[in-house]
Ligand binder design. Structure first.
Ligand code: ATP
Ligand code: MG
Length: 384
C-alpha cells in the first residue's frame, strides 16, 4: 500500500480556477454569439417578414402594385416573389377595371347625349306637327276669303278705271283726286291681300300640305337661279356674292322650286344681316363618303345671339320689326329639308357672321349626269 500524503488543496484551487475561467469564457462566448445570432435571425427572417407585413398593409390601403425588395433565394424570397406577382396582377386588373369603367362612363354619357338629342328632336317634331296642323287649318280658312277679297279688289279697280276715264276728262279737280284716292286704296287692299296670300302659301309649305315634285336636279343651277333672282337687291344693298360651286356636283333628287325657296330665304336673311353691305359666300360641294351634297350660305353680317340659336328653326321666331319678318323663312326651310331627308344647320358668332349648311342626300341612282358643266355663276363675278 502506497501512502501518499498529497494535499488536494492546490488541485481544488486549480479546478475551481479553471471552472471559473470556463464559466467566464462561456459567458463571454454567449455574450458574443447571442447578438450575432440575433442579428442573423433579424437579417434573414425579421427584415423580409417586416417588409412582407408592410407590403400587405400598403396593399390593403389600396397601393396596388406595391413591390417588396427581397432578394433572398430561400422560402421567404419565394414568398416575397409571389407577393410581388399577386400585387402586379391586382394592379393590372385594377387598371383594366378603371379603363372599363371609363369606357362605360363614356358610353353612358354618349348614349345620354344621343337620348337627349332624340328627345329634343321628338319634342321639336311634335311641336312642329301641331303648329303645322294649326297652320294648315288656318291657311285653308284664310285662303278662300282672301282670294275673294283680291278678286273683288281687282274687279272694282277695273270698273272704276273704265267708268272714271270719261268722267276724268270733264270732271273737277276734287273728283280726280277722289278717284285717285279710291284707286290707291284698292291697290293697297290688293297688295296686302297678296302679302297674306304669300303668308298662307308659306304656312301651307310649312304644314307640308304642298306636294313635292322630286326630280334629278343640278343644285348649281338652282343656286344660280336663286342668286339671279336676288341679284338686283343684292347690288342695291352693296353685297358682294362670292360663289364657289363644285363643277362636278352630282345631281340630287329634290324639288328644285322648294330648294330655291330655301336658298332665297337664306339670301334674304343674309341681306337683312348686312345692312351696310358685305360678303355673301355660296359654296356647293359633294361628299361621296357621306353620299350627300352640301350648300353653304355664309355671310359676314351681324351674327345671331347665342340664346336665339337653339330656337332658330322654330316658326314665328323673328327679331325683325313687324311687317319685315314673320319668322317663317327658316322654319319652312327646315321643314322642306326634313321632307327631303336632308338637314339645315347653323353656326354663328355675333359681329362675325353666320353660316348655314344645307345638306341634301345624294342618291347615286338619281345622278344621271355625274359631271355636269359648271354653272355660269361659278366663273362669273358678282354684278355690282
Ligand atoms: N344670316 C343671318 N344673320 C343674322 N341673323 C339671322 C340670319 N338668318 C336668320 N337670322 C335670324 O333668325 C331669325 C329668323 O329667321 P327667319 O328667316 O325664320 O324669319 P325672318 O327672316 O325674321 O322672317 P321671314 O323669313 O318669315 O320673313 C331672323 O329674324 C334673324 O334674327
Ligand atoms: Mg327670313
Amino acid at each position: 500500500m502506497l501512502d501518499t500524503d498529497l494535499s488536494l488543496q492546490t488541485a481544488d484551487v486549480q479546478l475551481a480556477e479553471s471552472s471559473r475561467r470556463m464559466i467566464a469564457y462561456t459567458a463571454c462566448a454567449l455574450l458574443l454569439i447571442a447578438p450575432l445570432s440575433w442579428f442573423f435571425v433579424w437579417r434573414i427572417v425579421g427584415v423580409p417578414v417586416t417588409a412582407l407585413r408592410r407590403g400587405t398593409e400598403r396593399l390593403a390601403a389600396g397601393d396596388l402594385g406595391y413591390q417588396i425588395d427581397v432578394q433572398s433565394k430561400d422560402e421567404i424570397g419565394e414568398l416575397a416573389d409571389s407577393f410581388n406577382g399577386m400585387s402586379r396582377q391586382l394592379q393590372s386588373e385594377h387598371n383594366e377595371n378603371v379603363a372599363w369603367t371609363r369606357t362605360l362612363e363614356q358610353r353612358v354619357e354618349q348614349k345620354t347625349r344621343e337620348l337627349k338629342r332624340a328627345h329634343e328632336h321628338a319634342l321639336h317634331t311634335e311641336k312642329m306637327a301641331s303648329i303645322g296642323k294649326m297652320a294648315a287649318v288656318l291657311a285653308h280658312e284664310i285662303n278662300n276669303p282672301l282670294s275673294g277679297i283680291l278678286t273683288y279688289a281687282k274687279l272694282l279697280r277695273k270698273w272704276i278705271d273704265r267708268e272714271e276715264l270719261d268722267r276724268q276728262k270733264s270732271g273737277s279737280e276734287a273728283g280726280v283726286r277722289r278717284y285717285q284716292e279710291i284707286c290707291d286704296s284698292l291697290d293697297l287692299i290688293a297688295s296686302e291681300s297678296r302679302r297674306c296670300g304669300d303668308l298662307v302659301r308659306n304656312l301651307l309649305t310649312f304644314s307640308r300640305a304642298t306636294p313635292m315634285n322630286l326630280q334629278a336636279t343640278d343644285v348649281n343651277q338652282v343656286i344660280d337661279r336663286s342668286v339671279r333672282l336676288m341679284q338686283h337687291q343684292l347690288d342695291l344693298a352693296g353685297i358682294q356674292v362670292q360663289p364657289q360651286l363644285d363643277p362636278a356636283l352630282p345631281h340630287v333628287l329634290c324639288d328644285a322650286a322648294q330648294i330655291e325657296q330655301v336658298l332665297v330665304a337664306l339670301v334674304v336673311n343674309a341681306m337683312d344681316a348686312l345692312p351696310q353691305g358685305g360678303n355673301l359666300w355660296i359654296i356647293s360641294s359633294a361628299s361621296r363618303e357621306d353620299n350627300c351634297v352640301r350648300i353653304v350660305v355664309r355671310d359676314d353680317g351681324t351674327g345671331i345671339a347665342p340664346e336665339i340659336l337653339p330656337h332658330l328653326f322654330e316658326p314665328f321666331l323673328t327679331t325683325k320689326e313687324t311687317g319685315r319678318g314673320v319668322g317663317l323663312g327658316l322654319a319652312i326651310s327646315h321643314s322642306i329639308l326634313e321632307r327631303h331627308n336632308g338637314s339645315i344647320e347653323v353656326q354663328s358668332e355675333i359681329g362675325r357672321g353666320t353660316t348655314f349648311t344645307v345638306t341634301l342626300p345624294w342618291d347615286a341612282e338619281a345622278d344621271t349626269t355625274a359631271s355636269s358643266p359648271a354653272s355660269e355663276i361659278a366663273a362669273a363675278p358678282s354684278r355690282r
